[in-house]
Write a protein of this length. Structure first.
Length: 634
């Protein structure tokens, strides 16, 4: 009895202590000391369920689960936000510092120049300026200073040249390197005469030099991962930063200048590109002359597959209990003497003869994926023609000179749906590889197919902040694991990039899909808004993809998300042309699913509940199943 009384006393003490405990305040976003250049910030987090919350004395709406999300106004400078949670006569206090940065224009008086704003900031070298167009020889000049003044720039000891003002306090000009002069580390000096009559000067940190001759840049061996990952770290861009192409190992470039940490390549006359110097071996020399000649096909023409047997009326198309169809699955069309798909064992491989030259090339998918176009930059000893040989997947090849030193080769395909493509150097040639449509079992279309599911983030990468104290990485993992179970129930082989809370690099995920020879790479994430975006009313799913071959799958998954989770909102839908590491891979159909918004209370609750996560998993698996079912008989 004494022992029981002791237990009762301890239990009463525990209950009393819990009643007296101060409620907790958890701020998911922003972090302490966060700097934001906007007049509001998304203030989100949670308190102990049942507690109330005030921020700087103003009451904030709190859900039964303790969740709060506010579009909170900020004054310029430092904001010390005092968050107080109250429950049962107890309170918990957190102070959060958020700094709103505000651009301060230079006053009209006294006349001044903001030296830190002066452009150019980097060294600009022109190694073959006589071969550059005026646009390629242009250098943008600018600085911030007192408004309403008269500004000029001077290169070295040359005469001053007037600059224009606009907007107020911003002065600009464009200097075009003349072809008849040479400079050795020349500097730009700016002068500004203000309304008070005072003249001030500043020097741009950048320099300009000319001469030195064309050099050869070669993509470092082993630097490019995979067959078709298209790493952003190696993007070759135009002069405005837009992506032109993704290099392959050994790709060579004619280098004609330097711009800061980048070198400038001449892809063709009048067409420059910027490349990070560190990715290249830079040596004296020139890009090799490419051989050209007849385009050929590896192997022989693909044999026609036997006719698809008609399904028996007594054997229904199987549907696992776990995936309840939104609508009835359409019956498999009955066809007589018509193949399900063309599926010899090997990919279609088209060889473009270069004679060992490693010309730069751009690879694009067009016409909904039914055309694969490669643009070659460089001189061919003889025009391309052909191809020699025939293939049931290939409707034809078009070869067209686009401009001096630019040739376009387009493969027109017979398949309605593309399944993956790559281009890489192989011996003396450039080889375009196109995956053939798979042979699908009309009763179980996913049987034998390999699918990579990628739960986003993990380990040291939390992803978006979870206001209910579970970050994005922990919300998407159970969705991916459950979707994998459902897909395996349909006969698929599922490759998961992670099954636990481990850290993975972005490109490890794409490499995993390539190594497993997956049909699909589906990366699963939860969305969040950046600073400056009002979160109110922004909710629902979005599906991102880069290449047209992913459009049908993206549409299938989006349709299932909207049908199974109408409560989270329709979302912004499909996002084609995305420039993301997990949508750029081409070796398989690749896309990224943003299931819902972490910055919407209802969306977050759906992601946080077991019932909601089940519906997300059902939708992803169901969308994939719909995609394969739609390919049967095509």
């Amino acid at each position: 009895m004494r022992f029981r009384r002791t237990l009762s006393a301890l239990a009463l003490l525990a209950l009393t202590s819990a009643a007296w405990a101060a409620p907790n305040v958890f701020v998911a976003y922003p972090d302490a000391g966060h700097r934001v250049a906007y007049d509001h910030v998304i203030l989100e987090g949670s308190v102990t369920p049942g507690a109330s919350l005030t921020v700087d004395g103003r009451g904030v709406k709190v859900g039964a689960d303790g969740l709060f999300m506010e579009w909170w106004p900020l004054k310029p400078g430092t904001n010390d936000l005092r968050l107080v949670a109250r429950q049962g006569g107890q309170s918990g206090v957190t102070t959060l510092k958020v700094i709103r940065t505000v651009f301060k224009a230079t006053p009209a008086r006294p006349t001044a120049i903001d030296a830190g704003s002066a452009l150019p900031r980097e060294v600009r070298e022109f190694w073959d300026f006589a071969g550059d167009s005026p646009a390629e020889r242009s250098v943008s000049l600018a600085f911030q200073g007192s408004p309403g003044g008269r500004a000029a720039y001077r290169l070295g000891k040359a005469a001053p040249v007037a600059m224009r003002e606009g907007p107020a306090g911003t002065y600009r000009a464009t200097f075009v390197v003349p072809t008849q002069a040479e400079f050795r580390q020349a500097i730009f000096t700016f002068t500004l005469t203000g309304k008070d009559g005072k003249t001030v000067t500043a020097v741009a940190p950048g320099r300009v030099s000319t001469g030195g001759g064309i050099r050869l840049g070669t993509q470092k061996p082993g630097s490019v991962l995979g067959l078709g990952l298209n790493q952003s770290s190696f993007t070759v861009t135009d002069l405005d930063g837009g992506a032109i192409l993704y290099p392959r190992g050994g790709m060579t470039f004619a280098l004609v200048g330097r711009q800061g940490e980048d070198v400038r390549a001449r892809l063709a006359p009048g067409q420059s590109a910027l490349i990070t110097a560190e990715q290249l071996e830079i040596t004296p020399g020139a890009v090799a002359l490419a051989a050209g000649g007849v385009i050929t096909l590896d192997g022989v023409a693909a044999p026609e597959m036997p006719a698809t047997p008609e399904p028996s009326e007594e054997v229904p198309t199987p549907q696992p209990d776990e995936i309840a169809p939104v609508e009835s699955v359409p019956a498999v069309p009955k066809r007589s003497g018509e193949p399900v798909s063309i599926a010899p064992t090997a990919d279609l491989r088209v060889r473009i003869p270069l004679g060992g030259a490693r010309l730069p090339f751009k690879l694009e998918q067009e016409d909904g994926g039914r055309r694969l176009a490669v643009t070659l930059y460089g001189t061919l000893a003889q025009p391309l023609s052909g191809p020699e040989g025939a293939d049931l997947l290939l409707a034809g090849v078009e070869v067209r000179p686009v401009a001096l030193g630019v040739t376009r080769v387009a493969l027109n395909l017979n398949a309605a749906q593309a399944w993956g493509f790559t281009a890489n150097y192989d011996g003396p040639d450039l080889v375009l590889s196109v995956r053939r449509p798979p042979t699908l079992n009309p009763l179980r279309p996913l049987e034998g197919r390999t699918i990579t599911l990628d739960p986003g983030h993990g380990g040291s990468q939390n992803g978006g902040a979870g206001s209910l104290r579970v970050p994005e990485k922990g919300l998407v993992l159970p969705i991916a694991l459950r979707a994998a179970e459902l897909l395996r129930g349909l006969g698929a082989t599922v490759n998961l990039t992670r099954t636990a809370d481990v850290t993975l690099g972005l490109y490890e995920r794409g490499l995993s899909a390539e190594a497993s020879q997956s049909d699909l790479l589906v990366s699963i994430h939860a969305n969040a808004l950046p600073d400056g975006r009002d979160p109110r009313g922004i909710r629902g799913p979005e599906v991102y993809f880069t290449h047209p071959q992913a459009a049908a799958l993206a549409g299938g998954i989006l349709g299932q998300l909207r049908a199974r989770l109408p409560d989270i909102g329709p979302g912004a839908g499909l996002k084609p042309g995305a420039d993301l590491a997990l949508t750029r891979p081409t070796a398989q159909i690749s896309l990224l699913v943003e299931t819902a918004y972490l910055t919407d209370a209802g969306n977050l609750r759906a992601l946080s509940s077991p019932e909601g996560r089940e519906r997300f998993a059902q939708a992803i698996a169901g969308g994939i199943a719909d995609f394969y079912a739609g390919q049967v008989g095509r």
